[in-house]
Write a protein that binds this ligand. Structure first.
Ligand code: 5GP
Ligand code: ZN
Length: 139
């Protein structure tokens, strides 16, 4: 499987860098964004390193999509947001900042205008508690 030593998401996928992991299978890994736009902000990544959709394998992206449904159900149980923003950026000019394919799931609430990229790191205790709740809510 193609992976890069200097890619933070490859390091997380290989277990060499920490993350609040929620779900994993042979193709994908889901974990909390460390700079959450809102509580429960998730990233689903491919385990294999694809810089972006321009080089990604369709089967891996299909698994990211099917796991987004699984994770939506867990978010609904734990957070019950008013809406859910799903974002996926490819290349810097489209807003991508980590160059390893990933999808954002961001709970949204009526009347709350959120930015996708937060400048504030999440509180470790709150992230750990959220990860436990979401893990338990996956069916
Ligand atoms: P994008 O590339 O789609 O613009 O966003 C990358 C996302 O990855 C950002 O929301 C950022 O907060 C998140 N991120 C960057 N580095 C890390 C990290 O080391 N761990 C985690 N969990 N998230 C990260
Ligand atoms: Zn990578």
């Amino acid at each position: 499987m193609h992976q890069l030593d200097d890619c933070i998401f490859c390091q997380i996928a290989q277990g060499n860098a920490p993350a609040y992991k929620i779900h994993e299978d042979e193709l994908t890994l889901t974990f909390l964004d460390i700079f959450p736009a809102t509580a429960g902000h998730l990233l689903i990544i491919t385990k294999e390193h694809f810089t972006d959709i321009f080089e990604a394998r369709p089967e891996a992206l299909a698994r990211v999509a099917s796991n987004s449904v699984l994770m939506t159900k867990a978010l609904e149980k734990v957070i019950a947001p008013d809406g859910l923003g799903i974002y996926q950026f490819n290349r810097a000019c489209a807003g991508q900042t980590v160059f390893h394919y990933h999808m954002h799931l961001i709970p949204q609430f009526e009347g709350k205008d959120i930015g996708i990229h937060s400048k504030q790191a999440g509180d470790p205790e709150q992230l750990a508690a959220m990860a436990e709740q979401l893990k338990a809510a996956i069916q």
